[in-house]
Ligand binder design. Structure first.
Ligand code: ASP
Length: 328
């Protein structure tokens, strides 16, 4: 018997010994709290969606799903945290359209922005709204565009860093109208919104999950939604096309991820819990109140999520390359 064969048989024997223990670990999953990383600051739209999801998943899966905000660098630091975590199911990531643009925008990451993850399922797709400080001297989108162009770099545009949805929306708006505002990045649009409310920054493109309450209370000035159709729960807001800026559409899809190498039965159990949460009447009601809705169950699968995610990367790649919109 050759040495290779002996080594092969030994390895096979060890694997056979380990298999029942691995199977037991998977069979008992989860037997302790799960950490859901949110790659943006508390209070922002991703945090709002994540905490609602975590609460419902905790009830269904029988262990606490604990949210931890790991912020910075447009959501890439939080993504890195999960991509490099133990692939045991106890670390998951809620992220969004950033996972579609980061693989092209960031050329020097300390993690693999595609192969570092197992997609578990899509969660929700959230409309965006262009909101400004109350005293902004513009009563509608046309006046906002004129003011932005006249102000040049004296106009301040807030976002959550390159790779965030607010940064993508802001860049598309500036390119569409030929403006060159000063961009002020925050660790999330939660803190950015505080600067809009305080009148210290001019404009923010953010998701209805956060902006709905401020629009309804009149605490911000709203100009348009870069969506194909009006938002059912905010019917008075015109689309950008209706307001004279066609071809500018951004909505923010969200997905749930585990580190690459997380065992398939564990991923399946996490997807099962996600699907149950998306059927939870409390989630359906709360998502509706903040301008969005759970995705259909057939989209809350690993396969559907992977297809959608790969297509989104392919969609944004030429746009980012053509505009040289690299982060590094
Ligand atoms: N979704 C991010 C947040 O929750 C903001 C963004 O992507 O622009 O802060």
């Amino acid at each position: 018997m050759t040495r290779t064969t002996r080594r092969g048989l030994a390895a096979a024997g060890l694997a056979a010994l380990a298999a029942p223990r691995v199977a037991r670990a998977q069979a008992g999953f989860p037997n302790r709290p799960i950490t859901m990383t949110i790659p943006f600051a508390p209070g922002g739209p991703t945090d709002i969606v994540g905490r609602l999801l975590a609460e419902s998943m905790s009830r269904e899966i029988g262990q606490p799903v604990v949210v931890e905000n790991s912020t910075g660098a447009g959501g890439t630091l939080g993504a890195q945290r999960v991509a490099t975590a133990r692939p045991d199911g106890y670390s998951i990531l809620l992220h969004h359209i950033g996972m579609g643009v980061i693989p092209t925008m960031y050329r020097r990451l300390a993690y693999d922005p595609v192969n570092g993850f197992e997609p578990l399922g899509l969660v929700t797709e959230v409309p965006m709204t262009l909101v400004g400080r109350k005293e902004l001297p513009a009563a509608n989108l046309a006046e906002l565009v004129a003011f932005m162009k006249a102000q040049g770099d004296r106009f301040n545009l807030a976002d959550a860093g390159i790779g965030s949805s607010s940064a993508l929306c802001g860049a598309l708006l500036a390119n569409a109208i030929g403006a060159r505002p000063t961009v002020i990045p925050f660790r999330g649009t939660g803190p950015a919104m505080q600067e809009i409310l305080g009148g210290r920054v001019d404009l923010l493109c953010d998701q209805t999950t956060q902006t709905t309450e401020y629009i309804r209370s009149g605490a911000v000035r709203v100009f348009a939604t870069p969506s194909r159709a009006r938002i059912a729960t905010l019917p008075d807001i015109p689309t950008t096309a209706e307001a004279g800026l066609p071809g500018f559409e951004v909505t923010v899809w969200h997905g749930l991820y585990a580190p690459r190498g997380t065992p398939a039965p564990v991923c399946a159990r996490l997807t099962q819990s996600l699907q149950a949460a998306l059927r939870d009447p409390r989630i359906v009601q709360r998502f509706t109140e903040i301008g969005t809705a759970p995705v259909p169950q057939e989209d809350a699968t690993a396969e559907a999520h992977r297809r959608f995610w790969m297509a989104d990367i392919a969609r944004w790649k030429p746009v980012i390359e053509a505009t040289n919109a690299y982060a590094d």
